[in-house]
Design a protein around this ligand. Structure first.
Ligand SMILES: NC(=O)c1ccc[n+]([C@@H]2O[C@H](COP(=O)([O-])OP(=O)(O)OC[C@H]3O[C@@H](n4cnc5c(N)ncnc54)[C@H](OP(=O)(O)O)[C@@H]3O)[C@@H](O)[C@H]2O)c1
Length: 322
C-alpha cells in the first residue's frame, strides 16, 4: 500500500522538528523535509532532506514537484517579531512572498497546504479570540502573517490554517523560546524581568504538531485556533515554570510591556479560544503545568541520552532538572 506523502517546510525550526519527530514515530507517512540550511539539524530516519529557500520560486517548485506530496505543512517563517519590525522587506519576502510561492506550487501539484499563523493578527484589545473575530494586527510581523493567511485562503488550494501563540518546547539547536530562556536564566541564578500585562495561552509545540497532523488525517479545512488550555500572563507562566522546575521564583520580577521599549508593539489582552479545534479535531490542549511537566521530562531524557553518547550539541541544556 502506498502511504501518503507529507512535505514539512521549515523542518529545522521548533515546530518543524517536532512535526518530523511525531510523523516518523507514527510510521504512517512518507516524509520529505526541507529548510533553509544546507543540512538538517538532526537526521530524521527515513526522511529525505532538501535545502529550500521559500523566497526562491524555482527552489520551491522543484522541491514540491520533486516529491509530489499529498500535503505541505509550512512551518517556515521569519519569527523574530522585533526583527520583522525593523527589517520589513525581508519579513515580507519570507512571510508573504515565500508563502505565495508555496501556494502556487501546491496549486500546480494539486496539494493541500497546512499553514501556521499567530494571535499577533489581533490587536489584543479584547481577547481571547475565536476564529471569526476580526484581525487587526499591531506589528509588521502580525501584518505579514495576516497577509500570509490571505495568500493561503485565496490561492485556490485546499488549506488549513492554524493560529497559535507563545510556542514553547525543546528541539536541538532551536532559538531559545520563552520557556527555554527562563529555564536557562533561572538555573544560572540570573534575575529576570517578565511582563505581567501580556495575556494568552502558551502552547506546548507538541500539542500544535499533533493538532496539525490530526487536521490532516481528518481532512479538515479552514482556520483553527490551536493553543494551550490556560490563559495566563507571562509572569504567571514564569512562576508556574519556576515551580515545576524547582527554580527560584524570587528571581522573577513583574514589569510592564511599555518599559521594554520593543520595536514591535505587542497585543496585550490576547488569547485564542480553542473550542472549534476541540470539537472538530478532538484537540486536547495541555494545561500550563502539564505542558511544563512534559517539557521537563523531555529535557531530562535528552540530557540522559547526551550523557550516554558524549558531546552536548544543544544549547539550553545545562544540568538535570529536579
Ligand atoms: N514561536 C512562536 O511563539 C509562534 C507563535 C505564533 C505563531 N508561530 C508561527 O509558528 C510557525 C513555526 O514557528 P517556530 O517557532 O517553529 O519558528 P522557528 O523555530 O523560527 O522555525 C522557522 C524555520 O523556518 C526557517 N526559515 C526561515 N526563512 C526561511 C526561508 N526563506 N526558507 C526556508 N526556511 C526558512 C528558519 O530558519 P532560520 O532559523 O535559519 O531562520 C527556521 O528553521 C511560524 O509560522 C510562526 O510564525 C510561532
Amino acid at each position: 500500500m502506498n502511504s501518503k506523502k507529507i512535505l514539512v517546510i521549515g523542518s529545522n525550526g521548533l515546530l518543524g522538528q517536532k512535526l518530523c519527530e511525531i510523523i516518523v514515530r507514527g510510521g504512517a507517512y512518507s516524509l520529505t523535509i526541507a529548510s533553509i540550511e544546507e543540512k538538517p539539524v538532526r537526521q530524521v530516519v527515513g526522511a529525505q532532506y532538501q535545502r529550500v529557500d521559500i523566497t526562491n520560486k524555482k527552489d520551491v517548485k522543484s522541491l514540491v514537484f520533486g516529491c509530489n506530496p499529498d500535503v505541505i505543512i509550512n512551518a517556515a517563517a521569519m519569527t523574530n517579531v522585533d526583527a520583522c519590525e525593523t527589517e520589513r522587506e525581508m519579513c515580507w519576502k519570507i512571510n508573504v512572498e515565500g508563502v505565495e510561492n508555496i501556494v502556487e506550487a501546491a496549486k500546480r501539484a494539486d496539494t493541500k497546504v497546512i499553514h501556521v499563523s499567530t494571535d499577533y493578527v489581533f490587536d489584543g484589545k479584547a481577547g481571547p479570540y475565536t476564529e471569526d473575530d476580526r484581525p487587526e494586527p499591531l506589528s509588521y510581523y502580525g501584518k505579514s502573517k495576516l497577509a500570509s493567511e490571505t495568500a493561503v485562503r485565496t490561492g485556490g488550494v485546499p488549506y488549513m490554517i492554524a493560529r497559535t501563540m507563545v510556542l514553547y518546547g525543546f528541539a536541538p539547536g532551536v532559538k531559545p523560546n520563552f520557556a527555554l530562556w527562563l529555564i536557562d536564566s533561572l538555573e544560572s541564578g540570573k534575575p529576570v524581568n517578565v511582563v505581567d500585562d501580556q495575556f494568552g495561552n502558551p502552547t506546548l509545540v507538541d500539542d500544535l504538531a499533533y493538532g496539525l497532523i490530526q487536521a490532516f488525517e481528518m481532512e479538515r479545512t479552514g482556520i483553527y485556533n490551536i493553543a494551550g488550555r490556560d490563559i495566563v500572563s507571562r509572569y504567571e507562566f514564569a512562576l508556574k515554570l519556576a515551580k515545576v522546575f524547582n527554580l527560584d521564583p524570587h528571581l522573577i520580577t513583574p514589569i510592564k510591556t511599555s518599559t521594554l521599549k520593543q520595536p514591535a508593539p505587542r497585543p496585550l489582552k490576547s488569547g485564542l479560544i480553542t473550542l472549534k479545534a476541540e470539537v472538530e479535531l478532538g484537540y486536547r490542549p495541555s494545561t500550563v503545568e502539564q505542558g511544563l511537566l512534559i517539557l521537563k521530562t523531555q529535557l531530562n531524557r535528552t540530557l540522559r541520552m547526551l550523557a550516554d553518547s558524549g558531546p552536548i550539541p544543544a544549547q539550553n541544556v545545562s544540568k538535570p532538572r529536579g
